[in-house]
Design a protein around this ligand. Structure first.
Ligand code: UDP
Ligand code: MG
Length: 314
């Protein structure tokens, strides 16, 4: 087993030396071979200088540096792209997660494809952090059908091939288990330690909740309809068209029987429903076109094989 540890860092100069030391001692004592990818997410403090220093004296450290602050999800994505291990573990750079948990999580990969940490005794403020996150976890579990207690925990281990095939956007890193579940992966949740932040400040406020909810809508939409957009929009379009046509037929009959229909609000509704219906069907058809262009230009199959060796050979 070769473990790649991915650490996103945004202005974590004070935590970093402690983190590096405890990562090393945790991994050296478990005996697995490993590399540490420190991703500097456009920090303005000494973070980049520190990770370059570590790398100069330790070949296991691989520093990556963003030109500006692209966000935690982008940092994870860069780590996944550059990781060489067959197991990839992610951990926050602020010492809130305990590196000693990594071997435990990584050892379960094989039996599982994703092992997610669960901060059962989470050490964050209740009102501003734990409460929104409790609601978010319930909501995400319910909407995506993948039941986890702690989606927001950064401490996770993945089988590399699973996570390398997922494209990440926005605040999407927390949805990796949900997205991966479409491909049919086995997911486990393991209790992990959690500490209060010792140095620096959290990079997030309450505003993140809104982004998470918007991303959840995107994820749900993609999950349900990304391969069949016409089936998403079509039924509503047809329904709207049919209702519009029925109203128009009724009004035609009224007109033929000699009454005036020019002043009937129903006339407007009928026309509106027909136009909206045609729009919806048109959107579905456009979506179908996009799906085809995407799959054909990317040479992406519409299925995922369990055994990637077979995939490579064919
Ligand atoms: N982080 C990052 N880019 C950002 C924001 C955060 O790389 O734009 C890193 C940060 O340095 C830390 C981890 O992501 O290692 C989690 O951030 P933070 O501790 O602020 O989040 P919280 O624990 O409060 O949810
Ligand atoms: Mg933190």
């Amino acid at each position: 087993m070769f473990v790649s540890i991915v650490v996103p860092l945004y202005n974590e100069e004070e935590s970093l030396p402690h983190l590096y030391a405890s990562l090393k001692s945790a991994m050296d004592s478990c005996g697995a071979s490993y590399e540490i990818l420190f991703i500097d997410d456009g920090s303005s403090d000494n973070t980049l200088r520190l990770i370059n220093q570590f790398a100069a004296s330790d070949s296991k450290v691989r520093p990556l540096s963003f030109r500006r602050n692209f966000g935690q999800t982008a940092a994870f994505a860069a780590g996944f792209d550059h990781a060489k291990g067959d197991v990839i573990a992610t951990i926050d750079g602020d010492l809130q997660n305990d590196p000693a948990d990594i071997p435990k999580l990584a050892s379960l990969i094989g039996e599982y494809d994703i092992v997610s940490g669960w901060r059962k005794n989470r050490k964050d403020k209740f009102i501003s952090r734990r409460l929104p996150s409790m609601i978010a976890n319930r909501l995400i579990s319910w909407v995506t059908g993948v039941k986890l207690h702690d989606y927001g925990c950064s401490l996770k281990a993945y089988k590399a091939e699973v996570v390398k095939n997922i494209n990440l956007y926005g605040e999407m890193h927390r949805f990796i288990p949900a997205v991966a579940s479409w491909y049919g992966v086995k997911i486990a949740e393991v209790e992990t330690a959690h500490n209060p932040r010792r140095f620096g400040a959290s990079k997030y406020g309450i505003g993140r909740t809104m982004n998470v909810i918007l991303d959840l809508i995107t994820v749900k939409f993609l999950q349900s309809f990304s391969t069949k957009p016409l089936q998403a929009f079509g039924p509503w379009g047809l329904l709207s068209c049919l209702a519009g046509l029925a109203i128009s037929a009724y009004l035609t009959a009224v007109k033929l029987s000699g009454h005036n229909i020019g002043g009937r609000p129903l006339l407007l509704l009928g026309i509106l429903l027909i136009i909206v219906g045609i729009q919806l069907i048109g959107m579905g058809l456009l979506g179908e076109l996009l799906v085809r262009v995407y799959h054909e230009s990317q040479k992406k199959p519409i299925y995922v094989l369990r055994n990637s060796e077979i995939e490579k050979a064919s």
